[in-house]
Ligand binder design. Structure first.
Ligand code: NAP
Length: 304
């Protein structure tokens, strides 16, 4: 299938373009970006112009930041195109619900992607936990914002979500592997005094689940979820790539397709073939809850 990729920036170049190039399902047929382009691919700077000029492209993947994404998604859906959304799927829950309703009405597929759910050991972790009693779980998600979002001021602007931009990846895994849903009960959000979004957050959920997100970690990065069950301790680390059960290597991943983004594009191919909508907003609801319930703490100013 022909696909257009919009928002040619860091994640498009790092992940989407290589995943599409390697995929048997997709042909990258156009880009839509105000400045960014992909060598050898027809480039548009305007979504409406692409939709008009390329009726042969039935699928659009949106990789720009969440705040501007809604207008692009709406235009594509209204033009009868299937749409794939980078995470987080929007800037607000309401706009995600609106997109779902629009996609249903237009009869097109809509996919809220969660790339971390496609990490190799997430599915084995889900299977391991499925029939166990969870005693407690703790997420440690500490990374260096300067490394992963170099100069991207949008992450600290309203709607940029701050440390929840990576933290939502942890929540996407948590909501995939726990056998029963949890909900937020308490949060502290640390806002740099010169910024609009938090740089760190501590969260508590029902079910004895806690989380520690921090964007100020230099040196080794930590993306770990530890789950204690009635009979074992599961540690999912490296963002879901490594699984240990009681200190020993856990069960293997049975999926032969490697890579988070190749799997997302395979999922999208299936969704379009089946005519489905996959808009799981559970990770996003936890983030919205943290902004509603969280206590605000002001911390040192942050500059890139
Ligand atoms: P980015 O490089 O800052 O933005 C991607 C591109 O979006 C920009 O190059 C820009 O292209 C376009 N864009 C930016 N602001 C726009 C606006 N107001 N209107 C229209 N287009 C705009 O960001 P990114 O790191 O790729 O992140 C994009 C999304 O991917 C985010 O939702 C993020 O959570 C997700 N993501 C990022 C990473 C990562 O490691 N950075 C990893 C996984 C997922 P033009 O100027 O050419 O229009």
């Amino acid at each position: 299938m022909k696909i257009a990729l919009a928002g040619i920036g860091k994640i498009a170049v790092d992940q989407h373009v290589p995943a599409l190039a390697a995929s048997p399902d997709w042909e990258l047929a156009a880009t839509v970006s105000r400045r960014g382009t992909v060598e050898g691919i027809e480039a548009f700077t305007d979504m409406a112009a692409m939709l008009e000029a390329r009726p042969d492209i039935r699928v659009v993947s949106l990789a720009m930041p969440p705040v501007p994404r809604f207008a692009y998604a709406e235009a594509a859906i209204r033009a009868g195109r299937h749409v794939m959304l980078e995470k987080p799927p929007g800037a607000t829950l309401s706009e995600c619900h609106a997109l779902t309703a629009m996609a249903r009405e237009a009869g097109v597929s809509l996919y809220a992607t969660w790339h971390s759910r496609e990490a190799a050991m997430v599915a084995p972790a889900r299977l391991w936990l499925a029939d166990r009693v969870i005693r407690r779980a703790h997420i440690t998600w500490r990374e260096d914002v300067r490394k992963w979002h170099p100069g991207q001021d949008w992450v600290f602007e309203p709607g940029g979500m701050g440390v929840f931009d990576p933290g939502i990846n942890a929540l996407s895994i948590l909501t995939a592997i726990l056998p029963a849903p949890v909900h937020l009960t308490e949060a502290t959000l640390e806002f740099p005094e010169n910024r609009q979004t938090p740089i760190a957050a501590q969260l508590a959920f029902t079910g004895n689940v806690t989380a520690d997100f921090d964007w100020r970690q230099e040196g080794p990065q930590t993306w770990t979820i530890q789950v204690e069950t009635d009979d074992s301790t599961l540690v999912l680390s490296d963002g879901g790539a490594t699984l240990m059960i009681d200190g020993a290597e856990g069960p293997r991943d049975e999926d032969t397709l490697a890579g988070e983004y190749p799997r997302l594009y395979r999922n999208m191919a299936h969704l379009v073939a089946e005519g489905g909508i996959d808009m799981d907003l559970a990770p996003f609801a936890h983030v919205a809850d943290a902004f509603m319930l969280g206590a605000r703490k002001t911390v040192a100013p942050f500059e890139f």
